[in-house]
Ligand binder design. Structure first.
Ligand SMILES: NC(=O)c1ccc[n+]([C@@H]2O[C@H](COP(=O)([O-])OP(=O)(O)OC[C@H]3O[C@@H](n4cnc5c(N)ncnc54)[C@H](OP(=O)(O)O)[C@@H]3O)[C@@H](O)[C@H]2O)c1
Length: 261
């Protein structure tokens, strides 16, 4: 994730001299320095000494230890912390820092790796307008970004765009398998499945119509698409998607509770 963000920022004209990355592993540091031409350091505190923005891109399991280690350097400063860790609440981050700080929580997703991410952001009350703009443009460098009105919505976002790429892979996988069973070769089935998904997503993005209207427009009465959609309805696809997303949301809530301890 941090590599995607660094790549996106550089592609959007952020100067490499303004970026510093840390990693405990020397090989990773060397690799990052070579790939991006940025400064890499082992010591997190040395890296943040002159930083206006600190991006926390470590796994949720190590976040407590990493953030506690930054507390002294962040104390009394106007530095902005941006956490991209799934499930770590703003309250936990504040508690680990030990005093009120400007913190933004972001839920990105994996297509950020190819600058096609969809991220949601939520800021605590200490974040200034200019800091919000900085975080938003950082996430826009790797895709689209929206602001949430409440932190609780992060669990819904996790169930939608966070886990969502896998739902589409699963659906595409099922379409591909069915097409192969019906006679196409693997290559043909894969290409037509992926291009159809991409074309449908692009049409939805560029159209002013809502998704139900777009579906109706391509469903002729008595035609082939109607037959397939009726089969999905009989199989209660909508209820299944609702149940799946609710399950993801509940898991996100559970994980937040355990990471916050
Ligand atoms: N990947 C996703 O799709 C996705 C989506 C949404 C949110 N996120 C969030 O993004 C965060 C990063 O995920 P990721 O998939 O990029 O994980 P990752 O590949 O494991 O990256 C985390 C990096 O942090 C480094 N690190 C570990 N301890 C550190 C320390 N004390 N100081 C500085 N760096 C340290 C790790 O180094 P070593 O490998 O050398 O230990 C590793 O390079 C996670 O919190 C995750 O919840 C990821």
């Amino acid at each position: 994730m941090s590599r995607s963000l660094i790549g996106g920022l550089i592609a959007n004209n952020v100067k490499t001299k303004n970026l510093t990355a840390t990693d405990p592993d020397e090989g990773q540091r060397q690799n990052m320095a070579e790939q991006f031409g940025i400064t890499t350091l082992e010591d997190n505190n040395a890296a943040i000494a002159d930083a206006d923005v600190i991006v926390l891109a470590v796994k949720p399991q190590v976040m407590h230890q990493v953030v506690s280690g930054l507390a002294e350097a962040v104390k009394g400063s106007t530095k902005l912390l941006v956490s991209i860790a799934a499930g770590i609440k703003l309250d936990s981050l504040s508690e680990w820092l030990g005093e009120p700080s400007a913190i933004i929580r972001v839920m990105p997703n994996t297509p950020a790796l190819i600058q096609a991410g969809a991220a949601a952001l939520f800021a605590n009350k200490h974040v200034t307008v200019s800091q919000k703009n900085t975080a938003e443009s950082m996430m826009r460098s790797v895709g689209t970004a929206i602001w949430l009105e409440s932190e609780d919505l992060m669990d819904t976002v996790t169930a939608l765009s966070g886990s969502g790429p896998a739902y589409f892979f699963y659906f595409m996988e099922a379409m591909e398998k069915a097409a192969i069973d019906m006679g196409l070769n693997n290559e043909q089935a894969r290409l037509l499945t992926i291009e159809t998904a991409l074309g449908a997503a692009k049409m939805a993005l560029l159209s002013a119509s809502d998704l139900a209207e777009l579906r109706t427009q391509v469903t002729s009465p008595g035609g082939t698409t109607e037959q397939a959609l009726n089969t999905f309805k009989q199989g209660k696809l909508e209820e299944l998607v609702q149940a799946a997303m609710n399950a993801a949301k509940q898991r996100s809530i559970e994980l937040s509770k355990s990471f916050g301890k």
